[in-house]
Design a binder for this molecule. Sequence first.
Ligand code: ADP
Ligand code: MG
Length: 256
Amino acid sequence: MADAPLLSARGITRRFGGLAAVNGVSVDLWQGRIQAVIGPNGAGKSTLTNLLSGDLAPSGGTLHLGGREVTGWNAERIARQGLGRSYQKTNIFLPFTVRENVRLAAQAREPQQPWNPLRWWRDTRDAHKNRATRARWERAIELSGLQNRLDAVAGAISHGEQRQLEIAMTLATEPRVLLLDEPLAGMGAAEAERIVALLQRLKAAHAMMLVEHDMDAVFVLADHLTVMVNGEVIAGGAPAAVRANAQVQAAYLGEE
Ligand code: ADP
Ligand code: MG
């Protein structure tokens, strides 16, 4: 494990009108560790994810990524700095194959190139770029366990495979920090187990934040557990200690 967190948020806040959807939350994400975030609906978990990924600008607080201050950066810049995320609602192009979806995700990472009259130069450069892109998407598919579904149309694969595909698309940009918003939502037990195994495979090489309602998965995967209610962190620590916390039981776990 590195000696500094890959991502560090301090007192991050986001207001929507009078509502503080996320209020003074601090999070550190370390390579090789999974940070789980739980809390009832409306607690601010997705808003927190959006703040860390740059999809939303914070109203207050600071964000550092890979030792660099990135507060207020937009999602594209933050992604280039090494952050990948999944969305609660999927981003997949259903009419395209698994391979095409992951390839598009890998290409989306390529910077926009200005027009250049030196065609030979551009061709050389593109050939190199395509090899790098191909290596990225092939590795993402292998990591995600979808190598047997390459030519399947995304709309025709199972819900669990679609979530695997979404993770593969996230991996195609080779992020060091991964933010996953409810990757097990709507899954049966067997599908959930496959995703849990996938996240375990990804753990060593990534710093991960996992927003998840599936408590069995959280207790299997998480090294650190944060509980949010009404935009604030009410408890955090080792999962077993958090589970035993009476305030957490009353606020959240007791409701399940
Ligand atoms: P969670 O993911 O924990 O269920 P959210 O982060 O989605 O919670 O929402 C936290 C609070 O912020 C909720 O009260 C929600 O209605 C509000 N909220 C989220 N996004 C917006 C938005 N774009 N505009 C206004 N209110 C929002
Ligand atoms: Mg949410």
